[in-house]
Design a protein. Sequence first.
Length: 311
Amino acid sequence: MGDWFEQNGALLGLALLDGIASAALIFMVAVGLNLVFGVLRVLNVAHGSLFAIGAYAAASIGLFFTSAGLPAWASLPALLLAAMIVGLVLGPLIERLLLRRIYSEEPVLQLLVTFALFMILEDAQKLVWGVQPVSFSAPVSLMGTVDVPFGLDVIPYNTYQVILLPAVAAVTLLGLALFLRRTLTGRVILAVTTDREAATAMGIDARKVYLLTFTFGAMLAALGGALSTPTASLVPGIGASTIVLSFAVVATAGLGQIEGAALTALMIGIGRSIAVTFQPELEVVVPYLIMVAVLLVRPQGLFGVVETRRV
């Protein structure tokens, strides 16, 4: 075992760093998906399309800023600007025109409707941005690299991935937890989540809460896509692969669990990255092996609780 670590220590370190960066992006999407389900009780398949549109929008805005001669540091605000635009435009539009009509319908119908929306948005992406790869790597180049010690090795790694992505995910988790538990608006959201009828009887406008929650969830998905833009080429289908991984995180953590999504995203991100490094043929199945292993022991997820259902 000691010889193996000596020979593969650097590779393992790279795999862990890749896994943490990947987990940060998956978490941004999964936590938005979990938040929306926890409040609206709608499992939104189209969440993956919001991720992809956020990524493409970030690339377009970033490339526009670059062509306009703006300084290199402007590429970072471009990512946040893209997420805000996508969330604030598509979030209210989808919630008001589509989801509001199906809240009282059966979960299967809700799933089919959001899947149909996912397919429509996937085709819309191809119409707007085409099918050729799109890339925008200015933020990675801007931030350079940092040496990360791992055992006896020192691994040079992109500062953007090793510092910025985990930092944004950590701030998102902490900010969301404080918002839900320490602010009036957050407590109103939790009240609607716990018992919509009682909250409505107390004078809370559940429709406004739903609109606010879905818009914020859309912004989180778009932010995850925007943050992924500098580290990968954008091609059709990135929304589908992301939503599948997000579903694995949500199912493993437990539906509606915010903090649990962070730990399970880390488990799945690192597990997938280690598989890519040492056993590439297992890359596709590792996230789902983790999910199945957890669900066999705890069907409600690692942090989920068994709920009584009103009939």
